[in-house]
Design a protein around this ligand. Structure first.
Ligand SMILES: [Zn+2]
Ligand SMILES: [Zn+2]
Length: 451
C-alpha cells in the first residue's frame, strides 16, 4: 500500500489534524515540520486525484470518492474547492470535529507557550528546554492507532509536542533552546483536556574561599543530636546542635539575592569546630537551589557578608562555578597540602634547651615521612575504622614557656593533627607524644594555609 492509500485509509475512519498526520510519517523526509508533511500529503493526494478525474481514463469515479474523503473526512479545503469547481456535492460537516489523536492540542500550541510565559515572568534564565509527561490516555490512543494502520515511520507525541512548544516559547521569550544544560526546563503534564506546568530551575554554583575567625562553630549546620532537627528542650527548640555555622553565616545573603529556595554548602574538607581557618581561607562552593535570579553581583554580596560578620567569617575570591567543580572540590581535598599552627600543653618540665633537642628529634622522625593513623576514637562513630598513611612535609616548633609549645606543621590533606600531637593512645604512630616520651596535648589549632 502506498503512502497516499494509507492516508485515505486513515481518513475513512478518523479525523486527525495535519500536525498529527505529518507526525505519522515523521521519519520520512527531513528539514520540514510535521504540519507541512501533513498538508503536503493532503495537497498531493488532491492534485493526483484531480488529474485522474480530468484525464477521464476510466478511474475518475474513484478519484471523486477519494476527493470526497479528503473534503468530508479530512476537512481539507482545497479538496472541497476542487469538488465544487467540478460540480460535485459533498457533505459539509457543520460542527468542527476535533483531531482524534490530539484533540487539537497542536492547533493551539500558542496557548501552551503563553501559559508558560506567564509562569516564567520575573525569573532569570538565559536558555530553556521543554519536557512533557503525556498521560496514558493519549499514549494508548496513539499506540493503538499506529498499530491499526501499521504506521512505522512516526515519531512520538511527546517529542513532537516538546519541539513545537519549545520553538514557540523560544520565539516568544527570545531565548534559545538548550539541550545539554538548560537553565530552565518547562515540564508539561499533558492530558487531552487539561495540562499543568512545572518549572525545573537549574541550581547555580558560587565558588569562594572562607575564613573562620571564631572557634566553636562548625562548617555546616548540624542537627541537634537529641531530636535530630525536630526541636526539643535540649536545643531550645531550634533543632540545632550549634547556634550557627559558617554555612548559616554565609548563605542567607546569597539565597536572598538569588531568590532561591535553599542552598547547599560544599566545602573542600572541613576543619574541626574548635579550629580556626585563617590565611587565604578554605575553598567552598555554595549551591543555590531553584534561583529566580541567576546573575548576581558577587562583589556586593561579598562585601555585605564580610561587613556583617567581621569577627566571625570572611569570604573572598567569589566566582561562578558548576556541578563538576563540586565533585573536583571533594576529590582534591585529600590531595592538598595544609599548614597548621598548633598551641600545645604538657605537664612535663621542659626547659628551652631541652626543647631544642626534642625538636631536632621530632624533625628527624617526622619531616618528609609518613605516619600511620588509625581512625581516631573521637570520629569513629562516623568514619570507617581503618589505617591511613599521611605524609608530614614540614615541622617547626617554638618554646613559648614551660609546658607550652607552638608547632607549625605542613601535612597531606586529611591528616588528623590533634592525634599527630597526642598519639591517640598509640593509634597514631609516630606522634609528637610518642617521640617526646611524654604526653603533649593540642589546645588551640588553626589552619593557616590550604594549597
Ligand atoms: Zn492532532
Ligand atoms: Zn533538639
Amino acid at each position: 500500500m502506498d503512502i497516499f492509500d494509507k492516508v485515505l485509509e486513515i481518513y475513512q475512519e478518523y479525523y486527525i489534524c495535519p500536525h498529527c498526520l505529518g507526525r505519522m510519517f515523521s521519519l520520512l523526509g527531513t528539514d520540514t515540520t510535521n504540519y507541512d508533511r501533513g498538508i503536503s500529503l493532503l495537497l498531493a493526494i488532491t492534485l493526483e486525484n484531480h488529474r485522474t478525474y480530468l484525464a477521464r481514463d476510466g478511474d475518475h469515479e474513484s478519484a471523486i470518492v477519494k476527493l470526497r474523503t479528503l473534503a468530508e473526512k479530512a476537512l481539507y479545503a482545497p479538496a472541497q474547492s476542487v469538488l465544487k469547481k467540478e460540480g460535485f456535492e459533498y457533505n459539509k460537516v457543520s460542527k468542527l470535529e476535533k483531531c482524534y489523536l490530539c484533540e487539537d492540542i497542536f492547533s493551539d500550541i500558542h496557548k501552551y507557550a503563553e501559559k508558560a510565559e506567564e509562569q516564567l515572568q520575573n525569573i532569570e534564565f538565559k536558555n530553556l528546554l521543554v519536557g512533557t509527561t503525556v498521560n496514558s490516555q493519549i499514549v494508548n490512543r496513539e499506540d493503538n492507532f499506529k498499530a491499526q494502520f501499521t504506521l512505522l515511520d512516526s515519531e512520538s507525541f511527546k517529542s513532537h509536542f516538546n519541539r513545537e512548544v519549545g520553538k514557540c516559547l523560544s520565539l516568544i521569550l527570545g531565548k534559545p533552546v538548550e539541550f545539554a544544560k538548560p537553565d530552565m526546563t518547562v515540564v508539561y503534564s499533558l492530558k487531552l483536556d487539561s495540562f499543568e506546568i512545572n518549572l525545573l530551575i537549574r541550581s547555580i554554583f558560587i565558588y569562594g574561599r572562607y575564613n573562620k575567625f571564631l572557634r566553636g562553630i562548625p562548617q555546616t549546620h548540624w542537627d541537634c543530636r537529641t531530636c535530630r532537627g525536630k526541636g526539643c528542650e535540649e536545643c531550645n527548640f531550634t533543632g540545632k546542635q550549634y547556634p550557627t555555622s559558617v554555612e548559616e553565616i554565609i548563605s542567607p545573603e546569597f539565597v536572598n539575592k538569588a531568590r532561591a529556595e535553599g542552598s547547599k554548602f560544599h566545602g573542600a574538607g572541613r576543619e574541626d569546630i574548635d579550629v580556626r581557618m585563617l590565611g587565604e581561607g578554605r575553598p567552598f562552593i555554595l549551591e543555590l537551589i531553584k534561583p529566580k535570579t541567576r546573575f548576581l553581583e558577587l562583589e556586593r554580596i561579598q562585601k555585605k557578608v564580610n561587613k556583617r560578620n567581621k569577627k566571625k567569617v570572611r569570604i573572598n575570591e567569589l566566582k561562578y562555578s558548576n556541578k563538576e567543580q563540586v565533585k573536583a572540590l571533594k576529590l582534591d581535598a585529600e590531595n592538598t597540602r595544609k599548614v597548621y599552627k598548633a598551641l600545645t600543653y604538657s605537664n612535663e618540665k621542659v626547659t628551652k634547651d631541652n626543647f631544642g633537642n626534642l625538636l631536632k628529634k621530632l624533625k628527624d622522625a617526622l619531616e618528609n615521612k609518613k605516619i600511620h593513623q588509625r581512625t581516631p576514637v573521637r570520629v569513629s562513630h562516623r568514619r570507617a575504622d581503618k589505617i591511613r598513611n599521611k605524609k608530614i612535609y614540614l615541622l617547626e616548633g617554638k618554646f613559648v614557656k614551660q609546658g607550652v609549645f607552638e608547632f607549625l606543621i605542613e601535612t597531606q590533606g586529611g591528616t588528623y593533627i590533634k592525634e599527630l600531637i597526642n598519639g591517640d593512645n598509640g593509634r597514631t604512630t609516630p606522634s609528637i607524644t610518642e617521640i617526646f616520651g611524654f604526653s603533649v596535648v593540642c589546645k588551640k589549632l588553626d589552619v593557616l594555609k590550604i594549597c
